[in-house]
Design a protein around this ligand. Structure first.
Ligand code: FES
Length: 249
């Protein structure tokens, strides 16, 4: 395959940045999208040029670091992570536009790399549980109904890639935050901090500059792990019941 890549290049957060066009040849349809970028970068390095910076780690759809906006969609044309996208999803001669996640709360570090530490701070605000130290508990000591366990595990599939934010016209992080709140609110182990968790995490989400949810559902449609927006409804219930029972009102 021969392709034309239009890639966003930006030296640092304060640089204006712009698109640079690169032709690439001999791309196998069996390459992953990131392998195709590796080939481009090998050519740039051979010519003494600065390679295109992009985030990646596991390349197995687990870590959530591969954050590319491809032809106007987070992670490209399929509902998967960029590292699990293969070149067979594109056609010979196609032009592919590659941009970083676009959100104020995700400032650009360089080229296609954005700083997603805002997500870490939301987790630090309340995405944890208190556990008693001591011996290892028996596996069946805390029975959890299967339907509840399934809902919690579905929410726990969120890999924090940020596609939900990139897909949302408001750059809202409510799908991410609600998945993290839900996985703990549903389980007995998450009950200790339940009342304060939603308040703290939502407050941090707002402080980071993410937008509000207007129920367009773009986040769910683009999420590579299929996280449901029903988690947002659960987060809202958790938040309002926490606020209404707060001693501050
Ligand atoms: S590199 Fe880890 S999910 Fe893509």
């Amino acid at each position: 395959m021969q392709l034309t890549l239009k890639i966003w290049r930006q030296k640092n957060a304060s640089d204006k940045g712009g698109f640079v066009t690169y032709p690439v040849k001999d791309v196998s349809k069996d390459m992953s999208f990131l392998e195709m970028l590796d080939v481009l970068n090998e050519g740039l390095i051979e010519k003494g040029e600065d390679p295109v910076h992009f985030d990646h780690d596991c390349r197995e759809g687990i870590c959530g670091t591969c954050s590319l906006y491809i032809n106007g969609k987070p992670h490209g044309p399929l509902q998967t992570t960029t590292c699990q996208l293969h070149m067979r999803s594109f056609s010979d001669g196609q032009t592919i536009t590659i941009e970083p996640w676009r959100a104020k709360a995700f400032p650009i570090v360089k080229d296609l790399v954005v700083n997603r530490s805002a997500f870490d701070r939301i987790i630090q605000a309340g995405g944890y549980v208190s556990v008693g130290t001591g011996g290892v508990p028996d596996a069946n000591e805390i029975p959890i109904p299967k339907n509840i366990a399934d809902l919690a595990m579905d929410a726990a599939q969120c890999i924090g890639c940020g596609a939900c934010v990139a897909a949302c016209k408001n750059a809202s992080a409510m799908l991410f935050t609600s998945a993290k709140i839900s996985q703990l609110a549903l389980l007995p182990q998450g009950q200790v901090e339940r009342k304060t968790r939603a308040e703290k995490m939502v407050a941090q989400m707002d402080a980071e500059g993410f937008g509000a949810c207007t129920n367009t559902g773009a986040c769910e449609a683009e999420c590579p792990k299929g996280i449901s927006i029903t988690n947002i409804a659960r987060m809202n219930r958790e938040y309002f019941s926490a606020v209404l029972s707060s001693e501050n009102i």
